[in-house]
Design a protein around this ligand. Structure first.
Ligand code: FAD
Length: 530
C-alpha cells in the first residue's frame, strides 16, 4: 500500500521507504480479541452550541458555525455526542475509562490531523490523541474535549531492499508485522497485535526482539509529526534532531505523529516461542531458575516468569489445564529453535511442566500468540472494553526479597489479578546510552509487571485500591517505571523516571508545545505550566 505524501512540508515526498514477554502475553484466556466497536456511521445535525471543556478544565461553548466549518474541511468524520457512530468512535480499550469527548475527529490523513490540531489550539480545547486506543491510563480519550483519532490511517510501505518500513499513525502491531514478515523482516514491537504502533513506539516499545535489536523507538529512522502550532515536521537524526531525540521515549508530548519509519531486521524463518506452565507452589523455584538462566543468556534468548490464572469467563483453557493458579516460564529465542531448546536445558531441574507450550513457529505466529500445532491457549490479545489496571517497575537484578514478596502477595491476591511477571530486558536495550534518546531507564535489566482485569465497572474503585495495595509491597524494589504501562504519572514520578533527561524534555516542551496542548499523556510540563 502506498502512503500518500504529506503536504505542508514544502511538498517533500516521503515516498519509499518484541512486552515484555509479559503478564499480558502470559495470561491464559480463551476470549477472542476483538474490537467491541465498529466503524463509525454518518454524522447528524449540528446543535446551535456544543458544550466543551478547555485545557484548564473550564466549560466553554463551540458555535455551530465553527463546527460546520471544521467538518467541511475534513476528509474524515467529525462526531458530536448526538451523532450516530459517536458511541463506537469514543471508546478506548480500557473500559475503566468511560469518557465522552465533545468532538471525535476520525482523521483520514495528515491534513485532517493538521486541521484538528489547529481547531484544538484555536479553541484551547482539552486534547486527546488516539491511535490504537490501548492506553492503560485511558489518556487517548477525555471528557468534554477533542479526541484526535488516527485509527483510519492505515498506510504501510515496506522496502525490503533498504530494510525499512513506513507506517501511518493508525497502524496496529499485527498489521505492520504482517507486512514486514512477508519479506522475512521485522522491527521490534510489542506482543499484543491489536496495540497501536504509535503509543507503543513513542513511549519505548517492549517485546520479543528487544534484546536483539533494542526498543521499538530505538529502531525509528524518522517520523512525520504535527506539532502544537499545526506545522508538519520531519524528525530524524538529520532534521529536527532535538525533536527526534524527544519522541523516542517521551511519548505523545511533542505533537501528533502521522507516520513512522522503522529499520527492519531479518527474522526466522522459525523462532522458538511459548510458555511452560508449572504448579503454583513451584513459583519460588521458577523465579530462581529465571534469574540463573537470565544471567548467562545470550541476546538471542529472552525470558520471563510469572503468575498466570486460568479461570472461567475470560480464563477457560481448551487444552485441559483446570481453572486455578499457575506459574509460567515464557521463552523467546531468535535464531535456530534447536539452539534455543539447548539453551533452555537448565530448566529441566524444574521437572516436567504441567503443560509445555514452547515450540518452533514463525515469528508472525509468535507475535499473533499462536502455540504451534497444539491447541490454542493464548489469545493474540485481550478483549477490548474490560476494566484494566497495570503497574510496572524496572529492576537491575532480582533480589531474593522480591520473589518472596511477590509470592506472599500472590497467595492472597483476588482472582481478577491475572498476572505478575518478571521479564528480562537488557541486551541491545542496555547498550544504548541513557541520554541518547529520551528513554532513560536503560539499566533496568528486568521489568516487573502487575496486570489486573475485571468485568464489572462497579468494582473499579475498590479493585484499583486493592491492586495498588498489592503493588505497594513490590514498588520499593523497583527503580523507575514504564510510562506506557502505568496509570499514575505525577510530576515527581516522571522527573525521577526520566532522570537526567528530564530538563532536556522540558526545554523541548517549551519549544514545541509551550501551551501544553498535548497534556493527556505522561506529561512533561512546559516551564510556564510547572
Ligand atoms: P492509544 O491509547 O491510542 O494512545 C496512547 C497514548 O499515546 C495517547 O494518549 C497519546 O499520548 C499517545 N499517542 C497515540 N498516538 C499518537 C500519535 N500518533 N502521535 C502522538 N502521540 C500519540 N507495551 C509494550 O511496550 N509492549 C507490549 O507488549 C504491550 N502490550 C500491551 C497489551 C495490551 C492489551 C495493552 C492494553 C497495552 C500494551 N502495552 C504494551 C502498552 C502500550 O504500549 C501502550 O498502551 C500504548 O500507549 C498503546 O498505544 P496505542 O496507540 O494503542 O494507544
Amino acid at each position: 500500500m502506498n502512503i500518500p505524501a504529506p503536504t505542508g512540508r514544502g511538498g517533500r515526498n516521503i515516498g519509499r521507504r518484541d512486552f515484555v514477554r509479559s503478564s499480558l502475553a502470559s495470561v491464559v484466556t480463551a476470549v477472542p480479541a476483538s474490537r467491541l466497536w465498529a466503524d463509525a456511521a454518518s454524522p447528524g445535525a449540528i446543535p446551535d452550541t456544543v458544550a466543551a471543556v478547555d485545557l484548564s478544565g473550564k466549560s466553554i461553548s463551540l458555535t455551530a458555525a465553527d463546527i460546520k466549518d471544521f467538518r467541511a474541511g475534513l476528509a474524515g468524520q467529525l462526531f458530536l455526542r448526538t451523532d450516530a457512530g459517536y458511541e463506537q468512535a469514543r471508546k478506548v480499550w480500557n473500559g475503566a475509562f468511560d469518557r465522552h469527548p465533545a468532538l471525535v475527529v476520525r482523521c483520514h490523513g495528515t491534513v485532517d490531523v493538521i486541521r484538528a490540531v489547529d481547531f484544538a489550539r484555536t479553541h484551547g480545547l482539552l486534547t486527546a490523541v488516539h491511535a490504537g486506543g490501548h492506553s492503560i491510563s485511558g489518556a487517548s480519550s477525555c471528557d468534554g474535549g477533542i479526541m484526535i483519532d488516527l485509527s483510519p490511517m492505515k498506510g504501510i510501505r515496506v522496502d525490503p531492499v533498504a530494510r525499512v518500513a513506513e507506517a501511518q499513525g493508525g497502524v496496529l502491531l499485527g498489521e505492520l508485522d504482517r507486512e514486514t514478515t512477508a519479506f522475512g523482516l521485522a522491527t521490534p514491537l510489542g506482543t499484543a497485535p491489536d496495540t497501536g504502533i504509535a503509543g507503543l513506539t513513542l513511549g519505548g516499545g517492549m517485546g520479543r526482539l528487544n534484546r536483539m535489536f533494542g526498543l521499538a523507538c530505538d529502531n525509528l529512522v524518522g517520523v512525520d509529526i504535527v506539532t502544537a502550532n499545526g506545522k508538519l515536521l520531519h524528525a530524524s537524526s538529520k532534521e529536527n534532531a532535538d525533536l527526534f531525540w524527544g519522541i523516542r521515549g517521551g511519548g505523545g508530548n511533542f505533537g501528533v505523529v502521522t507516520s513512522f519509519e522503522y529499520r527492519l531486521h531479518a527474522v526466522g524463518p522459525l523462532v522458538l516461542d511459548g510458555t511452560r506452565f508449572y504448579p503454583y507452589n513451584q513459583a519460588r523455584a521458577v523465579f530462581a531458575a529465571l534469574k540463573e538462566l537470565a544471567e548467562s543468556a545470550p541476546d538471542e534468548l529472552g525470558l520471563s516468569a510469572g503468575f498466570s490464572r486460568v479461570q472461567a469467563g475470560f480464563g477457560q483453557n481448551p487444552a485441559g489445564l483446570p481453572p486455578g493458579r499457575y506459574v509460567g516460564m515464557n521463552a523467546f529465542h531468535y535464531g535456530d529453535p534447536r539452539q534455543g531448546l539447548r539453551l533452555l536445558e537448565p530448566l529441566k531441574k524444574l521437572g516436567t511442566p504441567l503443560l509445555d507450550a514452547i515450540s518452533a513457529k514463525t515469528y508472525l505466529a509468535a507475535q499473533r500468540g499462536d502455540v504451534g500445532t497444539g491447541p490454542v491457549l493464548l489469545t493474540p490479545g485481550l478483549p477490548a472494553g474490560m476494566n484494566a489496571y497495570d503497574k510496572t517497575g524496572y529492576l537491575r537484578s532480582i533480589p531474593a526479597g522480591l520473589t518472596d514478596e511477590i509470592v506472599k502477595r500472590l497467595d492472597t491476591a483476588p482472582p481478577w489479578v491475572l498476572g505478575l511477571d518478571l521479564s528480562q530486558m537488557g541486551g541491545a536495550v542496555a547498550r544504548v546510552k541513557p541520554d541518547a534518546t529520551a528513554y532513560w531507564n536503560r539499566d533496568g535489566n528486568f521489568i516487573v509487571t502487575l496486570f489486573a482485569l475485571w468485568l464489572d465497572p462497579a468494582h473499579n474503585e475498590q479493585n484499583i485500591r486493592t491492586a495498588r495495595e498489592l503493588w505497594d509491597g513490590i514498588e520499593p524494589f523497583t527503580k523507575g517505571y514504564y510510562v506506557n504501562l502505568d496509570t499514575h504519572n505525577s510530576d515527581q514520578r516522571l522527573r525521577a523516571n526520566y532522570g537526567e533527561n528530564y530538563p532536556r524534555l522540558v526545554a523541548l516542551k517549551d519549544k514545541y508545545d509551550p501551551m501544553n496542548l498535548f497534556r493527556l499523556n505522561a506529561n512533561i510540563r512546559p516551564s510556564a505550566h510547572a
